[in-house]
Design a protein around this ligand. Structure first.
Ligand code: ARG
Length: 562
């Protein structure tokens, strides 16, 4: 099935082409209405073309309505206000669409050639993953699932922070302060501890700092012992991250960290010099931008010869262009990296690297109850957050006298709640994490959607109706509302894909679940007879299908009972 807006577009297109030619087709945009009084869908085509057509919108709208021929999709077409065109769907169209809903694949009219590389999670080696990486991981994973669903081939790339000055300090710390026992039991925590201990000690000890510089230089020159240690740090860190990824259902196609691009960085410098895009400035090599770009100079090589984050990301783009058939490059990080990516993208453009590049940035996350607020110098650890979510979910389940395997249920609900809390917010704003809201069974939360899904599963079991898939009769406003909402699913996914905003999908799912629950509370499904019963079970089944699919696109699991 196609998004309904695409189907309607195709209905209106011939009329518009015939009346006004093809040039204005870009302006034919179909939208869902937010009030059924104005039809199911709407277009403001007549309004936004009044200048092009030198014609009052009302006149244009009248022409379109007059010339609109019978259609299998549109029942009624009306002019509203100064020139809006309201469109009402035909019952038969609604019914056949719903009946075929999960039988046919979804079709999206997008240019999905090549691959989309999504760069997300990307924690920094030897440090526990923190809340910022949670957001990148959860948002990146959902965007990957959504883009796949609309037809792209995706490459999930974990761009680990596995290169940088901290390794000099870590090596010195490792040799001077290591607690073997801790390192065996909890390597990342021990690495973090020795890093902190080194930092404290180095404050008053110039010699330690000098040592760190020496060890870093050795590592950068490929000295054996240091390289071995560095590799070990990466390995033990990855093992820890893997535990979290596994727990959260996160998978990557590649783990090409910053170090992977190290050997390409000098090529970047050469290319930039050759194209006269970089110049010397107080010993460093910098790229300067034209005034229009409104960006600070970007340093690509320091006076001591070392490279920077910008250089590494340029090397990374060069690599990706050469090894993939890039459709788009997508980067998921917090908003503090906006300038960085603007500079990188601008330099790429100056180099003639034309592929579409998107920085999907997000705000910070804070905790309402203070429990997880950042203590001085101490970042919130993801594992602790997930454990806490599970514990709280279990409390809620016990309160509700849930039975069965509470441990598994609590894990699924807890992790779903954490993911949903993150995904349901407009990602560009900062968010406040409030346990009560996050775990609530009756607000815009994942437990609410999981609960609605479980409710439908138990209804289906209890009703035990067979061969309902081809039956649909719409008899009341509740049924009508749910059915129309179900059919909006492809559009909701498309909106989320185009804006890289999973919250557009959560908004939709929440509305669908609400409309289903109000149908369920107002219509006695189980007591209905024959055709009506089949039809109602069909509506319930399709709702569950969409909620299940939708949650899957958010990386959230469902439960058959809660
Ligand atoms: N490791 C970085 C951080 O934790 C994020 C890397 C994002 N990806 C990239 N290609 N720069 O801040």
């Amino acid at each position: 099935m196609k998004p309904i807006t695409d189907i309607i577009y195709n209905e209106l297109k011939p009329v518009i082409s015939e009346l006004f030619g093809n040039d204005l087709l870009d302006k034919l945009v179909i939208q869902e209405t937010n009030n059924s009084k104005f039809g199911d869908y709407q277009t403001n085509f007549a309004m936004i073309t009044s200048k092009d057509l030198r014609q009052a919108p009302k006149k244009t709208a009248e022409k379109i309505v007059e010339n609109f021929k019978d259609s299998k999709v549109i029942d009624k077409i009306e002019i509203a206000g100064p020139g809006f065109i309201n469109l009402f769907l035909k019952d038969e169209f609604i019914i056949t669409s719903l009946i075929n809903f999960d039988k046919k694949d979804f079709e999206f009219n997008l240019d999905t050639r090549g691959q989309v590389i999504i760069d997300y999670s990307s924690p920094n080696i030897a440090k526990p993953m923190h809340i910022g990486h949670l957001r990148s991981t959860v948002i990146g994973d959902s965007i990957k699932r959504i883009l796949k669903f609309v037809g792209y081939e995706t490459i999930a790339d974990n761009h680990l922070g596995d290169w940088g000055t901290q390794f000099g300090a870590l090596i010195v710390g490792y040799r001077n302060f290591l607690n073997e026992e801790n390192y065996k039991n909890n390597p990342i925590e021990e690495l973090e501890r020795i890093y902190v201990e080194y930092t404290k000690a180095a404050e008053e000890n110039e010699e330690l700092k000098e040592q760190a510089r020496t060890e870093l230089a050795k590592l950068q020159q490929g000295e054996k012992e240091n390289t071995k240690l560095w590799k070990e740090f990466i390995e033990v860190s990855l093992q820890e991250y893997e535990k979290i990824y596994k727990r959260m259902g996160i998978e990557f196609d590649t783990y090409n960290g910053e170090s992977f691009y190290h050997d390409i960085m000098h090529e970047i410098i050469e290319i930039l010099k050759e194209k006269n895009l970089a110049e010397e400035d107080e010993g460093a090599l910098v790229v300067k931008f034209d005034e229009e770009a409104n960006l600070h100079n970007a340093i690509v090589q320091k006076s001591n010869g070392s490279y920077l984050y910008t250089t590494s990301d340029l090397a990374c783009i060069k690599y990706r262009r050469e090894h993939y058939d890039v459709n788009k490059l997508v980067y998921v990080t917090d908003h503090r990296q906006q300038t960085h990516f603007k500079q990188v993208f601008k330099i790429a453009e100056m180099l003639g690297w034309k592929e579409e590049k998107v920085h999907v940035y997000f705000g910070l996350m804070r905790f309402a109850d203070g429990v997880f607020s950042t203590r001085k110098g101490n970042v919130i650890k993801l594992k602790d957050l997930l454990d806490k979510a599970k514990e709280k979910a279990r409390e809620v389940l016990e309160e509700r006298n849930s039975t069965g395997d509470l441990d598994t249920k609590a894990e699924i609900i807890g992790i779903g709640a954490v993911k949903y809390a993150d995904l349901s917010q407009n990602r560009t704003s900062d968010i406040i994490f409030d346990w009560d809201k996050v775990l609530s069974f009756n607000s815009n939360s994942s437990p609410y959607l999981q609960y609605t899904f479980a409710r439908i599963s138990s209804l289906m079991k209890k009703a035990n109706v067979k061969d309902f898939e081809n039956t649909l009769v719409i008899e009341n406003e509740y049924e009508e509302k749910v059915v129309k909402n179900i059919l909006k699913f492809p559009n909701a996914v498309l909106r989320a894909a185009e804006a890289y905003k999973p919250n557009l999908l959560t908004d939709y799912l929440y509305e669908l679940a609400q409309s289903f629950n109000s149908f369920y509370n107002n219509v006695n499904v189980i007591k209905s007879e024959e055709t009506q019963l089949k039809s109602r079970i069909n509506i319930a089944a399709k709702t569950a299908f969409v909620i299940g699919k939708g949650l899957d696109l958010l990386g959230i699991k469902t439960l058959d009972e809660m």
